[in-house]
Design a protein around this ligand. Structure first.
Ligand SMILES: [Fe+2]
Ligand SMILES: [Fe+2]
Length: 135
């Protein structure tokens, strides 16, 4: 069973970003699978790197979209992205130094963060855009 499954309740009603979220979920599930079958660091490290790179790409895309639409809560949204990014980069450093390994606690943290962020903050921009479209 995958760690996390995309479903309509996670939709932000913007195809591009739903696509990004689906891809992040796919990468996260890939990492979960790698951990479940006890893959070594040589597999885990590039998988983590791919997840981080893609998530950064997604955060940047969302942020420039929010800027373009003068989204009023852009700063707190960016702050949430930044906070996660620095946490994950710190983890990546520890991983490369052999001081940490991907475990279920980390995977569950990422799953919860992502779900909460999409359901809360990302959906906030989706309803803002919808309202804006009406006016
Ligand atoms: Fe997002
Ligand atoms: Fe976001």
């Amino acid at each position: 069973m995958p760690l996390i499954t995309w479903n309509e309740s996670l939709s932000v009603n913007i195809e591009e970003f739903d696509g990004h979220h689906k891809k992040i979920i796919k990468l996260l599930n890939g990492l979960f699978d790698a951990v479940a079958v006890k893959k070594g660091i040589s597999v885990i490290q590039p998988t983590v790197a791919e997840l981080i790179d893609y998530t950064r790409y997604h955060f940047a895309a969302e942020e420039s979209f929010l800027e373009k639409h003068s989204f009023p809560w852009i700063n707190s949204h960016k702050h949430e992205h930044d906070e996660l990014s620095s946490k994950v980069l710190e983890f990546q450093k520890q991983l490369s130094e052999g001081k940490a390994m991907v475990d279920l606690a980390l995977l569950n943290f990422l799953k919860d963060w992502l779900t909460r962020h999409i359901m809360g903050s990302d959906k906030k921009y989706s309803s803002f855009i919808k309202e804006k479209g009406k006016s």
